[in-house]
Design a protein around this ligand. Sequence first.
Ligand code: ADP
Length: 444
Amino acid sequence: MDTGLMQAAWRREIARIIALLLVFGLAGGLLGHVWAGLVIALAICLALQLRMLRWLSRWVVHPKRVDLPDPTGVWGEVFEQLLEMQKRNRKRKKRLAAIVAEFQSSTAALPDGAVVMSSRGEIVWFNSSAQILLGLRSPQDVGQRIANLVRHPSFANYLAVEQFESDVELISPINEHVTLAMRIIPYGEGQRLLIVRDVSEHRRLEVMRRDFVSNASHELRTPLTVLRGYLDMMEPDTRGKGALLEWKAPIGEMRAQATRMESLITDLLKLARLESDSSVARQELIDVPHLLHRIAEDTRRLSPDRHTVEAAIEADIKLLGRDSEFHSLCQNLLQNAIQYSPDGGAVRLRWWGDEDGAHLSVADSGLGIDEADIPRLTERFYRVDVARSRSRGGTGLGLAIVKHALEHHEARLEIISQPGIGSTFICHFPAHRVQRAQPMVVNG
Ligand code: ADP
């Protein structure tokens, strides 16, 4: 507001009132009623002010219907400033409306569904993809709670747990052939943006890839068994006699390679089975202490002189999960510890529980792993040293199997390693899967 103009207006206003008072005062004085003249002057002033106030109050209520007068003086300045403000607000509103319209048309064109939700989980706005993917109806569903419209246990759990760093996947509420990946992005003061993607094609390709690997492995198994059978028959006898004596070395090599292929096929099938079953492991009670003692004993038998296997197993801790998967992951970790340790090395197996859950650790005093390789170890066919892995009968799939088996048990793998000193693989199982009896430590 221009203060100079306003001050001039005030001066004019006061001068006008004084002039009015003087004129009426003088006129009253001439007629012998000075006070009456002054009272009339003040009454005129008051009436003028009240008229302006009435105009203003009507304009405030109906700014579009009532035009502001164009008086001079203070009121003139006030009305002019009000009109200026109104114009500015209109412009700002237009600009905001254009931004909102642009945002809405750009998000409406998105192939992903977008739903804006209030802090109480009520729908504020959604685009047309959200209508198609979730079956939301406009405008009936605006104001409804999203949890009432998308009724799915995993989505309800996702909303309750409020861990929005990852997606939640579910079958579309309107089409059972469509798989949706949903993600909530919190913003502002408790508001949330829900992004919905159709991942059916992605999942279909994944299933196709899995089925292909599994079918190919099955198909390879039969011819390999035949080849293996003939190779066994062709092996020259132990006394060094037989027509194929000069073929002894090549046949031995062929049998070794056939064994390697068999292990590869077995591991590929195991992995395909683990992958195809994405559900969290069933709640069977695994007698982990018994199982670990058995695996440790088997390992000692297979590597009697070359390695020592120590086991510290808390006998009272059992786990809810899947026996075969737990067995497979322990066996893989122990086999690796033996494979990647020099002769005479010690392998330590530990199973214990605490307030965070239960933990399985397999430590060796072997080759160790470079820090840069650690994050990639659970990738399929990733080997630090391919030749060494192959020469020791490794398939490159062991830790991928461990990773999947752990995922089924909501567990995570921690790898601590130092080249030349040794490695420790620790599996952390959550507390809700642990069952305890009386505490007791058994060393064996
Ligand atoms: P592989 O069949 O080759 O052992 P894995 O998936 O079991 O395949 O392991 C992947 C790679 O991780 C191995 O090739 C090896 O380089 C490394 N590795 C696994 N366990 C150990 C260990 N205990 N010590 C050193 N390196 C290991």
